[in-house]
Design a protein around this ligand. Sequence first.
Ligand SMILES: NC(=O)c1ccc[n+]([C@@H]2O[C@H](COP(=O)([O-])OP(=O)(O)OC[C@H]3O[C@@H](n4cnc5c(N)ncnc54)[C@H](OP(=O)(O)O)[C@@H]3O)[C@@H](O)[C@H]2O)c1
Length: 239
Amino acid sequence: MELQNRTAIITGAGKGIGKAAAIALAKEGVHLGIIARNSSDLESLQSLLTSTYGIKVYCAPADIADKEAADGAIQSLAEQLGSIDILINNAGIAQFGTLLDMDPVQWNNIIQTNLMGTYYVTRAALPTMLKQSSGTILNIASTAGERGFATGSAYCASKFAVIGLTEALMQEVRKSNIRVTALTPSTVNTELAVNNGLSIGDEDRMMQPEDVAELILATIKLPQRVFIKTAGIWTTNPQ
Ligand SMILES: NC(=O)c1ccc[n+]([C@@H]2O[C@H](COP(=O)([O-])OP(=O)(O)OC[C@H]3O[C@@H](n4cnc5c(N)ncnc54)[C@H](OP(=O)(O)O)[C@@H]3O)[C@@H](O)[C@H]2O)c1
C-alpha cells in the first residue's frame, strides 16, 4: 500500500514502540494523530515530526482506559485528519507479580488499559473505516499473549485477550476491506521493559523500538488485499 498522504492514529505514541512507529510512518509521508496521557511527550514529538517531515500531526492527550476520553480523542483526531486509514493500538502498561501479591486495583488497571483501552479506541475508530470501506488496524500484543508465565497473570490475560479480540474482529471486518493484525514482539528495549527488570544489561543487544517499527511498516505496506494475521518478532541474541 502506498503510504504518502495516508492518515494514521497511534495510541501510546509518547515513547517506546509507539513513538518509533510514528517516526517511521512520518518518514513515509503519513499524517498522524497521536495519543498518550502525557501531553508534553506528544507536543515534542509533534514539533519534531512536523519540522522534519512536513506532515500534519495532531495531538490528543487522553487516558484510553477511560471510554469517554478515548471516544473524545478519536473523534477529534478523525475530524482533524479527515480519515483514519491506519489505527495502531499500541498503548499499554505492564506490572508483574504473583496472582496473590498483585493488588486487584493494579490487576484491573492492566486489563482496563491493555484490553478495554484497545476495545474503546477501536470501537470509536471503526465506523470511520467502515464508511471508507478500507482500513488497517494493528494491535500490539506480545509473546505474553501466546504463552503464560509466572508473575504475568494480569499482563498475559490482557494480551491473550487482545489476540482473541484481534482475530474475532478480523473475521467481522475483512470482507469490508479492513485488515486487522496482531503483532507479538518479545522483549523490546523501552521504559516498559527496563522498569520491569526485563533488560538484559547490554541494551544494544536487545530488540529496539525501531525494529518493531520496521515490522509495523512492512505489515502496513502489504497490498490492501492481504494482511498478516499474527506476526512475532524476536531478537537473534540469546537472552
Ligand atoms: N517493551 C516490551 O518488551 C514489549 C514487548 C511486547 C509488547 N509490548 C507492548 O508494546 C506496547 C508499547 O509498549 P512500550 O514498551 O513501547 O511501552 P512504553 O515505552 O512504556 O510506552 C507506552 C506508551 O503508552 C502510553 N500509555 C500507557 N498507558 C496509557 C493510557 N492509559 N492511555 C493512553 N496512553 C497510554 C504511554 O504514555 P503515557 O504514560 O503518557 O500515557 C507511552 O506513550 C504495549 O502495548 C506493550 O504491552 C512491549
